[in-house]
Design a protein around this ligand. Structure first.
Ligand code: ASP
Ligand code: MG
Length: 434
């Protein structure tokens, strides 16, 4: 009801609103569990999970006075899940078919309060590749299809509620855009319809100068630019889908991050503005990291070494967060999520450790990455000196350093215990508390 009020309030400002809904809290997780339980032949779990989903949505639908469509969707879900149970096999494709139901259900619920029309991701024109679970919209095609499907309906004054997170391949097979994908749906729609603004409602006020659990005087960032937001997103600073900002940035459509539970707060405005005068806007920490160094003189001057190291990691689906290599080329260091350390290390040892190749694989197990982010550092001398000067003065040892050539951030690795102190030192050094 609160979301519906928000839609109406915005419309009364002579705006047209297209609404994108995500699933209710926890529903996507339950659906994925349900799909696993069905495939594994766990009838009791399947029964309980389906019952939970039914109860929750039907109770909500009853309260909103909209039971009909929700019952039907739940019946379709049950049929699908029974099919999976009968075959006893869960494919990526059938998993996506199940996962997409959360948004189908909440779209019906939303429609009943705003008095509009529910449109599935595929009907809305979100056309993707077939990497089920992490499908990527075929961008040009999607932009075209969305415009064809929705623009005239929207300008005619129809209220449209689109199911976030899901799309379909060119053959009409349902796909999902990866966890948190409703944000991505919203920015693709916004770009296709040339929206004036895209608002992402979540449960945080917006982007902060630092994690308030680490820095007590961390501040909400009123506005930042796309380059900074993208950089911060890489460090997990926001609860947003990692690729969601791209369509908005490309089409220069401002994004506003808002808090559903604190609508009075105007949130963070992400715009195509130039860099502000400040070199550093935020200091971020990625705690759960490990630093791996692959070293050996035989690597020097040998093209293809980095390719082989990263190929091995790619084969293990290891996500690399940061890379650095000294000019001597005798070693490559990279930071990865610590839960991926064991498989990464085993694979590197098995495939690279031999005479005439890598000689050593060293690991710093409990590491953290600290990042100072700000597009104003681009072309400004002395920012790195201030970062590392402040860290040195605090007596914190730095294990590796990286700066992208975009010059929008400076990152370094420290021992995990020193991470929070490093963040606080930099937050103070750059006067971010305001
Ligand atoms: N419901 C999906 C998820 O939980 C998509 C979203 O929340 O945006 O990941
Ligand atoms: Mg969600």
């Amino acid at each position: 009801r609160q979301c519906a009020d928000r839609v109406r309030a915005t419309e009364s400002n002579a705006c047209r609103v297209v609404t994108v809904v995500s699933a209710m809290a926890g529903v996507t997780d339950t659906l994925l569990e349900l799909a696993e339980a069905a495939a594994a032949g766990n009838r009791a779990a399947k029964h309980t999970l389906l019952g939970n989903l039914r109860a929750r949505h039907e109770r909500t639908a009853d309260e909103l006075g909209s039971a009909g469509a929700v019952h039907q969707i739940l019946d379709r879900l049950e049929t699908l899940v029974s099919g999976i149970a009968a075959v006893g096999e869960l494919t990526p494709r059938s998993r996506d078919a199940v996962a997409a139901f959360g948004e189908l259900l909440s779209a019906e619920l939303m429609v009943s309060v705003v008095d509009g029309h529910a449109v599935s991701g595929s009907e809305a024109g979100i056309t993707t590749d077939d990497r089920f679970g992490e499908a990527e919209p075929l961008m040009n095609l999607s932009l075209y299809e969305v415009k064809e499907a929705l623009l005239s309906r929207v300008t005619d004054g129809e209220r449209i509620v689109v199911t976030g997170f899901n799309g379909a391949t060119q053959h009409g097979i349902v796909t999902t855009l990866g966890r948190g994908g409703s944000d991505y749906t919203a920015t693709v729609l916004g770009a296709a319809l040339s929206a004036d603004e895209i608002w992402i409602w979540s449960d945080v006020d917006g982007l902060m100068t630092a994690d308030p659990r680490i820095v007590s005087d961390a501040r909400l960032l009123q506005s930042i630019n796309f380059a900074e937001a993208l950089e911060m997103g890489q460090f997990g600073a926001k609860s947003m889908h990692p690729r969601a900002l791209e369509p908005a940035a490309e089409h220069k459509i401002p994004v506003r991050m808002r808090n559903t539970f604190n609508p009075a707060c105007t949130g963070t405005h992400i715009t195509a503005a130039e860099a502000s005068g400040e070199p550093v806007r935020a200091v971020l920490l990625v705690g759960d990291s490990a630093l791996v160094t692959v070293a050996g003189a035989a690597m020097i001057g040998r093209p293809g070494t980095a390719a082989r190291v990263f190929q091995v990691l790619a084969e293990e689906s290891v996500n690399i967060r940061m890379i650095s290599q000294s000019v001597s080329e005798a070693g490559i260091s990279f930071a990865i999520p610590d839960r991926q350390l064991a498989p990464a290390q085993a694979a590197l040892e098995a495939k690279l450790l031999r005479p005439g190749d890598a000689r050593q694989i060293n690991v710093l197990q409990d590491a953290a990455i600290v990042a100072a982010v700000g597009s104003g550092m681009h072309g400004t001398p002395g920012v790195a000196a201030r970062v590392f000067g402040a860290i040195a003065k605090k007596g914190i040892n730095i294990a590796a350093i990286a700066q992208g050539s975009s010059e929008f951030s400076i990152c370094f690795v420290v021992e995990r215990d020193a991470g929070p102190d490093a963040v606080r030192v930099l937050h103070t050094e750059f006067g971010l508390a305001g």
